[in-house]
Ligand binder design. Structure first.
Ligand SMILES: Cc1cc2nc3c(=O)[nH]c(=O)nc-3n(C[C@H](O)[C@H](O)[C@H](O)COP(=O)(O)OP(=O)(O)OC[C@H]3O[C@@H](n4cnc5c(N)ncnc54)[C@H](O)[C@@H]3O)c2cc1C
Length: 235
């Protein structure tokens, strides 16, 4: 689908915690948007025409709107705009954009998703699309890195998927874990090193540049071919 100019209306804003919020937009014109799981939107965030990109966190079959998971900590023009506009505000959106989508590659016998912080956004869309819409049977493993346990929004959603889909595996990784945290600690690379690498998998990474570079190095050192490592760099 080529990108198109859309108008969308802010429907809901939920502050999950101090660092992350969910914003939901409803399409106004056109009334639906065709996109692939993993793609993003570009939103005009000021009068001068400044734009910021945000990955769609919701499923593509819910095409009358889209959800975004925002890390509010950069606190620049984009975040301030999304935090301050009143519900019902219409915004100018260019969408869909990007090629961070699951490849149609039969040699990728499993899918490993690695995200840090709000880098979970496109991965959530991908996971829900694969499991709930496409009835994907290949193993899907998610490694999600965050600094604090308290920041772990969507944990219940992913644990629920673990219970319902035997091919889905979820590893939250906390770098500043409190005593009593029994799951992975440290960086996503620590988690990836702890668990045996899934052979013949397609790896999909999303987050900041330092994480992506470190994970790409780790994977290539372990013999994963570059064509099986896909990534979306947020900053
Ligand atoms: C394809 C794409 C998809 C994106 N999807 C999302 C998304 O789903 N959710 C989301 O929260 N952001 C996403 N971003 C980042 C987003 O576009 C903005 O960069 C971010 O919201 C900061 O914009 P700002 O205007 O508030 O701050 P700016 O003034 O533009 O940035 C301030 C500083 O913060 C850095 N920065 C940007 N994002 C982060 C971050 N998450 N953590 C730490 N530092 C950061 C910037 O590099 C810059 O140095 C995406 C970026 C790209 C390129």
């Amino acid at each position: 689908m080529p990108p198109q100019q859309c108008t969308a209306k802010l429907e809901e804003r939920i502050m999950y915690n101090e660092k992350f919020m969910l914003v939901t937009f409803e399409l106004v014109e056109p009334s639906t948007l065709e996109f692939k799981a993993g793609q993003y939107v570009s939103i005009q965030v000021d009068e001068a025409g400044t734009r910021r990109s945000y990955s769609i966190a919701s499923r593509p079959d819910i095409d009358h709107g889209f959800e975004l998971a925002i890390d509010v900590s950069p606190a620049g023009v984009g975040v301030q705009f999304l935090q301050s506009i009143p519900l019902g505000t219409e915004v100018s959106v260019l969408a869909p954009l990007g090629t961070f989508v699951i490849e149609d590659d039969p040699t990728e016998e499993a899918i490993v998703l690695v995200g840090t912080g709000s880098g979970i956004a496109p991965l959530r869309s991908i996971i829900f699309d694969l499991l709930q819409v496409k009835q994907e049977k290949r193993p899907i493993t998610l490694h999600w890195g965050l600094r604090y346990v308290d920041s772990l929004f969507w944990e219940n959603e992913f644990q629920d998927l673990v219970e319902r889909f035997p091919n889905f595996h979820f590893h939250p990784v906390i770098s500043r874990a409190v005593d009593g945290w029994t799951l992975c600690r440290g960086r996503v690379t620590d988690c990836l090193s702890t668990h045996e690498l899934v052979p013949n998998a397609g790896y999909y990474l999303c987050g900041g540049k330092p994480m992506i570079e470190t994970v790409v190095t780790l994977l290539t050192d372990k013999g994963i071919a570059p064509e099986h490592i896909h990534h979306e760099k947020f900053f």
